[in-house]
Design a protein around this ligand. Structure first.
Ligand SMILES: [Zn+2]
Ligand SMILES: [Zn+2]
Length: 451
């Protein structure tokens, strides 16, 4: 196997497995700091140049037979018929899906059933990188073969529903791939299921994420339950509007804030994009999802004419117009509302005109790069301008370092390859000597299954 991303970086997972001429792409995402030395919000890759502006800085590997004709049309790389048999996706986060849009759409994408619902919701609203690809669905308990490789997907707990790890039998031995995982969410036991399944197969190779494997970040690990407990206190004690920034596709967090609202009778108000997702996810009977219009309300932004005309909105937004709550509605009952508001939507607060003394909950990871820090400063300025209290409340989607260490020891593969981490060498602290070897990945360098 070869790593083309997720190497000394958080996210950007891009792995290629090859067995007897059959090639499979395992996740194909955008790194969080991918290309930030060359591109940011002011300089972006040109759409017309497809993958070309990413090839320039080695942000995408130049592999023949992987990309679509469209992605290559204005580049120096020649199009070739697909040489890859499948993309296998662990979960629907952009650091795992983000670059699939460049892949030849004749190559099928294998994903979990829940991921396929999430994909439908994005596909029907803002668009999805999986658009155009045939989708092959799986769930825990299934096994599927791609050429000589047999994939066994096993659910894991993460900050988006439908996250999987894989145990993969190849002719050269067994590979276990964790995807992204944690134990401290509402479904922590699912990650244990993955460990059990992987350990039984005695894998030659363990490909594991290590987002939080570092020397500093072990002390504080807030669980989703702890977030709920704190949120309950904050909502109960709030005397004015409560609003919060969080990832709308983190359904655990939606539930947490929904639950926190119940004792005081506040209404959770979400964006249209989140509403579309919740409506889609209703089809998954195993998920707990609040009902749009019954349990949660939808925020209706003014657009174009500013008069809430049907023609102001996209067709996917229109079903929510009649059920929507506007800035005026919220202003009139601000003590009864918990508003989900992404930072880019903060100007809505100018229309809402909240009374001073409310609470803002920043419910996301702390900033880890300059751009993130800039955004956090802006958020703090807005909160101060409103005369609101600023609170940070978040449970990570990733296990702390010590628990990654436990997973590594429990699975006890012969070789461990740390990916999705800025500090792969820190895995030495898990005591590899004699029991397993640590192989630090390098972009484009093949990793063999034998020691
Ligand atoms: Zn990730
Ligand atoms: Zn993730």
């Amino acid at each position: 196997m070869v790593c083309y991303g997720g190497v000394r970086e958080i996210g950007g997972n891009k792995f290629i497995l090859e067995d007897q001429g059959v090639k499979v792409v395992l996740d194909f995402g955008t790194g969080f700091s991918d290309g930030s030395d060359y591109y940011d919000s002011s300089i972006s890759p040109r759409g017309v140049n497809g993958a070309g502006d990413l090839f320039e800085f080695d942000l995408l590997p130049q592999l023949p037979g992987l990309y679509s004709e469209e992605a290559l049309q204005n580049t120096r790389v020649r199009y070739a018929e697909p040489e890859y048999d499948a993309v296998v996706l662990s979960h629907y986060h952009s650091d795992h899906t983000g670059r699939i849009g460049y892949v030849d759409s004749r190559i099928p994408v294998y994903c979990g059933e829940t991921t396929s619902l999430i994909n439908d919701s994005y596909s029907g609203s803002t668009g999805s990188p999986l658009d155009g690809h045939p989708i092959r669905k799986f769930r825990t308990g299934d096994r599927f073969s791609i050429g000589p490789m047999e994939f066994r997907p096993i659910h894991v707990d993460h900050s988006i529903p439908g996250a999987y790890g894989f145990v993969i039998q190849t002719s050269g031995g067994t590979i276990a791939y964790t995807g992204d995982f944690r134990f401290h969410g509402p479904a922590g036991s699912m990650t244990r299921d993955f460990i059990d399944a992987a350990r039984t197969e005695r894998p030659e190779l363990l490909l594991t994420e290590g987002t939080r494997v570092s020397t500093e970040d072990d002390a504080l690990n807030m669980s989703e339950t702890a977030v709920k407990k704190e949120a309950l206190k904050m909502v109960r004690g709030a005397k004015a509007l409560v609003f919060s920034t969080f990832r709308g596709n983190d359904v655990d967090r939606v539930n947490t804030f929904f639950d926190a609202c119940q004792p005081s009778g506040r209404r959770l108000v979400v964006s249209m994009k989140v509403a579309v997702l919740l409506e889609k996810l209703k089809a998954d009977k195993r998920l707990r999802v609040p009902r749009v219009g019954k349990d949660v309300d939808v925020y209706l932004r003014r657009k174009r004419t500013g008069r809430f005309d049907d023609s102001d909105y996209y067709s996917w937004e229109r079903p929510f117009i009649s059920k929507g709550v506007t800035a005026d509605d919220i202003r009139k009952k601000q003590r009864e509302v918990f508003l989900h508001l992404e930072a880019w939507n903060f100007p809505e607060l100018i229309d809402i005109k909240p009374e001073r003394g409310g609470t803002y909950i920043h419910s996301a990871t702390e900033a880890f790069n300059e751009e993130g820090e800039k955004e956090e400063t802006l958020i703090r300025n807005w909160v101060e301008h409103l005369g609101f209290r600023y609170a940070h409340l978040h449970a990570s989607g990733h296990a702390p370092g010590s628990e990654v260490g436990e997973l590594v020891r429990d699975i006890s593969a012969k070789k461990v390859v740390p990916i999705h981490t800025e500090r792969p060498e820190q895995f030495k602290q898990f005591g590899a000597e004699g029991r397993w070897t640590l192989e630090l990945p390098a972009k484009g360098k093949p990793i063999s299954l034998v020691q």
